[in-house]
Design a protein around this ligand. Structure first.
Ligand code: HPA
Length: 272
């Protein structure tokens, strides 16, 4: 099967289970999957049931698509995503984004937990992603390009849509939720960075570092989707505070900012 045929097969399977066109796609990061629990009249489809989908393995990731409505908008959410460090190819990691596009999604909200590199940040901050640095040493578009899916050399000068960023800032102000803005760096993981790596990433212009998002955003741009990215700063990156990093800390912090995160994203969706 060609890549296009695989995408259509997955989309056809999903359309049989949910008849409406989702206009907004959501990718929910570590500890942030709770947003999918707010979706009304949800139709939940485990990844393992969807033709062509890989199966998610990491703790804190439920591994299903949730279709339904949120603040009056038809949405599809990935509750749990696929990471490069799990051993999936970037083609597999980004396959759900291709399928969302095929389902009619026009705008994508991508969320993640990330380590703060910018020393003015604090654990629990929410950061609107202004731009990214692909530090994976790989790119999901490497290989033959299918012109039906997008152009060979996609422009990335506005990977994170300016209007959506402005909307997010306006909503944050209205709701009295403090937000940061900054550049997200994607590393492969799964180990956290060394303090020296964090210093390097700060010098090259990174504000936050994580192990996801960039592949999905590259493919979303290739597909012609508008993207909004939001990081939850779950911890300060290595070497900033005198303490080791743990996945438990990441999950605990996302737990604490849950209500602000939910409020912010739901209100953005309402106004999109
Ligand atoms: N580094 C990389 N990925 C992460 C971090 C971090 O400090 N925190 C959450 N995801």
């Amino acid at each position: 099967m060609s890549r296009k045929e695989k995408i259509i097969a997955a989309a056809t399977f999903l359309k049989e289970r949910f008849e409406h066109h989702p206009e907004i796609g959501l990718i929910l990061g570590s500890g942030l999957g709770i947003l999918a629990d707010e979706i009304e009249k949800p139709v939940k489809i485990p990844y393992q049931d969807i033709p062509g989908f890989p199966v998610s393995t990491v703790e804190g990731h439920a591994g299903q698509l949730v279709f339904g409505t949120l603040k009056g908008k038809t949405v599809v959410a990935m509750q749990g995503r696929f990471h490069y460090y799990e051993g999936y190819s970037l083609d597999q990691v980004t396959f759900p984004v291709r399928v969302m596009k095929e389902l009619g999604v026009e705008k994508l909200i991508v969320t993640n937990a990330a380590g703060g590199i910018n020393e003015s940040f604090q654990p629990g901050d929410l950061m609107i992603i202004t731009d990214h640095i692909n530090n994976l040493g790989h790119n999901p578009l490497i290989g033959p390009n299918d012109p039906e899916l997008g152009v060979r050399f996609p422009d990335m000068s506005e990977a994170y849509d300016k209007e959506l960023r402005q909307l997010a800032k306006n909503v944050a102000r209205e709701l009295n939720i403090a937000v940061q803005e900054g550049v997200y760096v994607a590393n492969t993981g799964p180990c956290y960075e060394t303090p020296a790596e964090v210093r390097m990433l700060r010098i090259v212009g990174g504000d936050a570092v994580g192990m996801s998002t960039v592949p999905e955003v590259i493919v979303a741009k290739h597909s012609g989707l508008k993207v909004l990215g939001i990081s939850c700063i779950s911890n300060m990156a290595a070497g900033i505070l005198d303490q080791p990093l743990t996945h438990d800390e990441v999950i605990e912090t996302t737990e604490k900012v849950k209500s602000n995160f939910l409020n912010l994203v739901k209100t953005i969706i309402e106004k999109m």
